[in-house]
Design a protein around this ligand. Structure first.
Ligand code: NAP
Ligand code: ZN
Length: 348
């Protein structure tokens, strides 16, 4: 079986170890990809720390993958060697349930197969993009538009689509007031994408030093969530708030910022339950509290094409593979996404 170099966590709490892993021989619908860049998503840390339980070790994280096709199976018609492609959080799904049939594979009733730490339909355990190559069935491979460079496009594959999907679902656009809560990898793309959709965007964040960046990404304003008086001034203001924070939050405080019929959609996914809410925070203005998971494959391609049209890529700091442990220690220091240059992994 073809082998490839990877960065692996042998067990919870163990340090990253360069290792060799096997990728399957190509099946007729498979695409082999030489990985060039992989984003470091906060979800990688949740898995590495086993925050959600059930992580399969050894773990090769990484689901913000861009690269170049190096080989295709004989039945592949959509991709050829040399194509610039990406892979996000999913590498398989049942393909038959109602969500799969409607292009929402992320809500597959059998559970989609995650790019890492999952058992694929053939019984093998998936391994992600902190590695030099990956083999993925063609219907889970995305095309990277020519306008987007591969490093800055990598975080779009998870962070980008995770904010794009709820913004589309709740119809972000002109006349709509959107709050983005937390400005890390997801949040900064949320600001850029919601602004490009034409919404009035407010960054709700605890880090005042990010204010000018938020404005440059298209936010109309920055509101400091540590300042209760600043928050209070926006009571009832928003139609939609996208919460990207990976920690427990006072949901009532943010529900109170929504106007009539507004929605607080949680995409941040802390391990412990998000704080409970008071039902009166909802019924006084017919508000909703919701969640959203990444996006479907078709929607991910739409998002990439949208980003190409609006010249949106992630703000990135490219790091070498040996700096991954340091990046994990200091993820909130990223402006705004660490992206691993996979060429620095070495030679097999
Ligand atoms: P990130 O880059 O670490 O950014 C998170 C941001 O949230 C920080 O930059 C900070 O922004 C704010 N924040 C962090 N800790 C906080 C705290 N204790 N209290 C208040 N604010 C805090 O993380 P990310 O990669 O964007 O991921 C964010 C979350 O989304 C993670 O839980 C991840 O697992 C989840 N996620 C979910 C999906 C999905 O499908 N739903 C997909 C991908 C990721 P400020 O400094 O601006 O406050
Ligand atoms: Zn992710």
């Amino acid at each position: 079986m073809p082998s490839t170099l990877a960065l692996s966590l042998p067990a919870k709490g163990a340090p990253f170890t360069p290792t060799t892993i096997q990728r399957r021989p190509l099946r007729e619908n498979d695409v082999r990809i030489d990985i060039r860049f992989c984003g470091v998503c906060h979800t990688d840390l949740h898995f590495g720390h086993d925050d959600w339980g059930g992580t399969l070790f050894p773990l090769v994280p990484g689901h913000e993958i861009t690269g170049v096709v190096s080989e295709v199976g004989e039945a592949v018609t959509e991709f050829e060697v040399g194509d610039r492609v990406g892979v996000g959080c999913m590498v398989n799904s049942c393909g038959e349930c109602a969500p799969c049939a409607s292009g929402e594979e992320q809500y597959c009733t059998e559970g989609f197969v995650k790019t890492y730490s999952a058992v694929d339909h053939d019984g093998t355990v998936t391994a992600g993009g902190y590695s030099q190559s990956i083999v993925v069935v063609d219907r889970f491979v995305l095309r990277i538009p020519d306008e987007l460079e591969l490093a800055g496009a990598a975080p779009l594959l998870c962070a980008g689509v995770t904010v794009y999907s709820p913004l589309r679902h709740w119809h972000a656009g002109p006349g709509m007031k959107v709050g983005v809560l937390g400005m890390g990898g997801l949040g900064h793309l949320g600001v850029k994408i919601a602004a490009a959709m034409g919404a009035e965007v407010t960054l709700l964040g605890r880090s005042a030093e990010k204010k000018n960046d938020a404005l440059s990404f298209g936010a109309a304003r920055f509101v400091n969530t540590r300042e209760s008086a600043e928050l209070a001034a926006f009571a009832g203001h928003f139609d939609l708030i996208v919460n990207t924070v990976p920690a427990r939050l006072d949901q009532d405080a943010y529900l109170g910022l929504l106007g009539l019929g507004g929605t607080l959609v949680n995409v941040g996914a802390p391990g412990d339950p998000v704080a409970s809410y008071n039902v009166f925070s909802l019924l006084g203005a017919r508000r909703s509290i919701a969640g959203s998971s990444i996006g479907g494959i078709g929607e991910t391609q739409d998002m990439l094409d949208f980003c190409a049209k609006h010249q949106i890529t992630s703000e990135i700091e490219v790091i070498s593979a040996d700096r991954v442990p340091e990046a994990w220690e200091n993820l909130s220091g990223a402006r705004y996404r660490y992206v691993i240059d996979i060429a620095t992994l070495g030679t097999p």
